[in-house]
Design a protein around this ligand. Structure first.
Ligand SMILES: [Zn+2]
Length: 164
């Protein structure tokens, strides 16, 4: 490489460097603005603590989306979550940390705990589920989050009923 070529390549590098700096000066405020716009475009959220059971995903999603009038439902799943929360199992920590993300980062205003018919994760009677759902609502309320906590039951026809 001749002297002239080295000089030119360094000039180009410097020019590119100036271009990159200029671009970042111009783009940084735009990106900041973009994040704000993106935040609004994210839509609104509510939260469901639901069973892993595939049969209850759509009924709970649709019920929550419509009753809470939101764009999306954050779905936190665990096997028989009404049993897990009412018993205070170790998995409660995982559920709570997921709820916190939904509430703090997605500004969710409603958290539902779900129990359902024929649940293999919490195999108790309907009465047992309703008791567990109510207990779970009380436990979640004790987390003192700025949300409305509701209890839902998915019946044998896979329809959602409001427990509390
Ligand atoms: Zn289940």
């Amino acid at each position: 490489m001749g002297k002239q070529e080295i000089l030119e390549s360094s000039v180009i590098t410097r020019r590119n460097f100036i271009k990159a700096v200029s671009a970042s000066v111009i783009l940084t405020p735009l990106l900041g603005f973009g994040i704000d716009v993106l935040g609004e475009e994210h839509g609104t959220f509510c939260t469901a603590i639901n069973c892993i059971d595939g049969r209850v995903q759509e009924p709970v999603y649709d019920y929550m989306k419509n009753t809470c009038n939101v764009s999306y439902v954050d779905m936190i799943t665990a096997p028989g979550p009404d049993g897990i929360i009412s018993r205070g199992d170790t998995m409660c920590q995982y559920i709570k940390s997921a709820v916190l993300i939904s509430v703090e980062k997605h500004a969710s205003k409603t958290v539902a705990i779900v129990g359902h018919h024929d649940c293999k994760g919490n195999p108790v009677s309907k009465e047992g589920h309703w008791r567990d759902i109510r207990d779970s609502v009380n436990k979640i309320q004790s987390w003192s989050l700025p949300v409305n906590v509701i209890g839902l039951w998915v019946n044998e026809n896979w329809k959602v009923e409001l427990v509390s």
